[in-house]
Design a protein around this ligand. Structure first.
Ligand SMILES: [Zn+2]
Ligand SMILES: [Zn+2]
Length: 272
């Protein structure tokens, strides 16, 4: 069954996959081409892991791009530290940040902190979004970043200015990443919209990375509440895989996932 499947078959890797109250904060990454490392969020706890990956590919990496979902510490606290590392130890690597402009606005004080100034060579791109909030100096995302689909606005914590997920295009697949969210709706909507799409004369494979909790919190998705809708998507969209992340309890989640019908379980994964 899925829970013993090889996670390396998936497009995203994880520096950690649990929620903010653990020591394994959810930050993911992928390499859309040999020169580019894309990190999705970065917690201070994961900076060393990120640094090791950058060192491993140092010969060919020219840019590290961090896509920010929102400004909670388990998602942004590593950004200024990595900026410091890149500036002082990896001058040949360019650091770039992509975020919805409301997330950028909220992140500004963090990004302005030690080492993370645009003046130090950090490029900040504003993901296309609905509402416009200006942050001087931000540029549109380069047209040759084909791997970047869009930011997906969502709701998470009411104290935040904004939270977004992302759509990425990686190796012919659509990768839908929820970030932290208290609603399934925008991601469900995105998945259904892609479900009819074709790549190379076959339905585009979809990976939906979804945060989930076994305990009910107002800011997060609660497993028993979303399970029927996830099951419906899995039934109707055979090319869909759902990967749970940012969870509170691995063993409980694993147990909970056995409630999916047997024939769908090979499409259900738990990030690690
Ligand atoms: Zn979080
Ligand atoms: Zn959060």
């Amino acid at each position: 069954m899925a829970l013993s499947q090889n996670l390396e078959l998936l497009e995203l890797r994880f520096l950690g996959a649990r929620n903010g109250s653990s020591t394994s904060h959810t930050n993911a990454f992928f390499m859309p081409d040999s020169e580019t490392l894309v990190l999705i969020d970065l917690s201070l706890l994961n900076v060393q892991k990120a640094q090791r990956i950058i060192q491993r590919y140092r010969d060919r990496l020219t840019r590290v791009i961090i896509c920010l979902t929102h400004t909670h510490a388990d998602h942004v606290s590593g950004v200024s530290m990595l900026a410091y590392v890149v500036e002082h130890l990896l001058p040949e690597v360019r650091l770039e940040i992509i975020a919805d402009s409301r997330v950028l606005l909220a992140a500004r004080s963090i990004l302005d902190a030690e080492g993370a100034k645009e003046a130090d060579g950090i490029v900040v791109y504003r993901a296309p979004d609905i509402k416009k909030f200006a942050w001087d100096g931000q540029e549109p995302i380069p047209a040759n970043y084909h791997w970047f689909g869009r930011a997906i606005p969502t709701e998470h914590d009411r104290n935040l200015l904004a939270a977004t997920g992302f759509l990425f295009r990686v190796n012919g697949k659509a990768v839908v990443y929820s970030g932290d969210t208290n609603t399934l709706e925008p991601f469900e909507h995105q998945v259904w919209a892609i479900a009819e799409e074709e790549t190379d004369h076959r339905k585009t494979p979809i990976e939906l990375y979804l945060e989930v909790q076994n305990k009910k919190w107002p800011a997060h998705l609660y497993f028993p509440e979303i399970r029927p809708r996830v099951e419906e998507m899995l039934r109707e969209i055979p090319q869909l895989n759902v990967i749970f992340m940012h969870y509170d309890n691995y063993r409980q989640l694993r147990w909970a996932c056995t409630s999916f019908p047997e024939e769908l379980q090979e499409h259900v994964w738990i990030a690690k």
